[in-house]
Design a protein around this ligand. Structure first.
Ligand SMILES: [Zn+2]
Length: 240
């Protein structure tokens, strides 16, 4: 069954490729993919929608081309731009959900804050090494990603998780992201407020129940983040 709504996918790397395939396979009509990076040969093994011939091509363009070949019924809009504090609200316009397939903390906080402020559901995922996590945030948060991780790490903490993901792990989490987004958009009971933790080393998944943080800066009772301040989000490149 086709779902006529649009989904914004931030990141066309390993997570993004897995999520795009799941969204298309589940019947999404319109996908908007945002990424300002280019395809690199060293990433091909885990970014399964990019072909060898696409090395050097913008990732958003490459993902859109491969997905359109495989799923002609899906309309893919590709944006070769950075999802940042100045473009976020515009890119989210008209979208029913945001799928965060980025690979760095700052973009993840930005995705969360932008989605909560726009009252658009968010499906977050992150990967490192053999592990991954997934969190669906309902429109308006409560709880949201910032309820769990209150603030950005310090600037010298690096751009993201310390270990690069094992090849297939982003694909697993991306597939779960796309599946969860489609379930949520179709009105099925979603796992809002529960953090899914995946560990390939023990072949285990577990759900951890989260509570809203009343002091959360974006979805708490007295929020201090009322808009997206560009100085609060310094973008990093590439996606897993
Ligand atoms: Zn929150």
């Amino acid at each position: 069954m086709i779902l006529e709504e649009s989904v914004l996918l931030v990141g066309a790397g390993g997570l993004g490729c897995g999520a795009a395939l799941a969204l298309a396979a589940a019947g999404l009509r319109h996908l908007v993919v945002v990424d300002d990076d280019v395809v690199e040969e060293s990433n091909l093994h885990r970014q399964v929608l990019h072909k060898n011939a696409a090395v050097g091509m913008p990732k958003a363009q490459s993902l859109a081309a491969t997905l359109a070949q495989r799923y002609p019924s899906v309309e893919v809009t590709q944006m070769q731009t950075r999802f940042d504090a100045t473009s976020a609200a515009r890119l989210l316009q008209g979208c029913a959900a945001l799928v965060d397939a980025s690979d760095n903390f700052r973009t993840k906080f930005l995705c969360n804050d932008a989605a909560v402020l726009a009252r658009i559901p968010l499906v977050h995922a992150a990967v490192a090494g053999l592990r991954g996590q997934l969190l669906t945030v309902a429109a308006g948060g409560r709880p949201c990603y910032r309820c769990l991780f209150e603030d950005l790490p310090p600037p010298d903490a690096g751009v993201g998780p310390p270990a690069g993901p094992l090849g297939p792990v982003p694909g697993v989490l991306g597939a779960l992201q796309g599946t969860e987004a489609m379930r949520f958009l179709r009105g099925a009971p979603a796992f809002v407020g529960r953090l899914l933790q995946y560990d390939a080393a023990s072949l285990s998944m577990r759900l951890v129940r989260l509570r809203p943080n009343p002091h959360c800066a974006v979805c708490g009772t007295r929020p201090t983040i009322l808009g997206l301040d560009p100085s609060a989000y310094s973008m990093q490149r590439s996606s897993p």
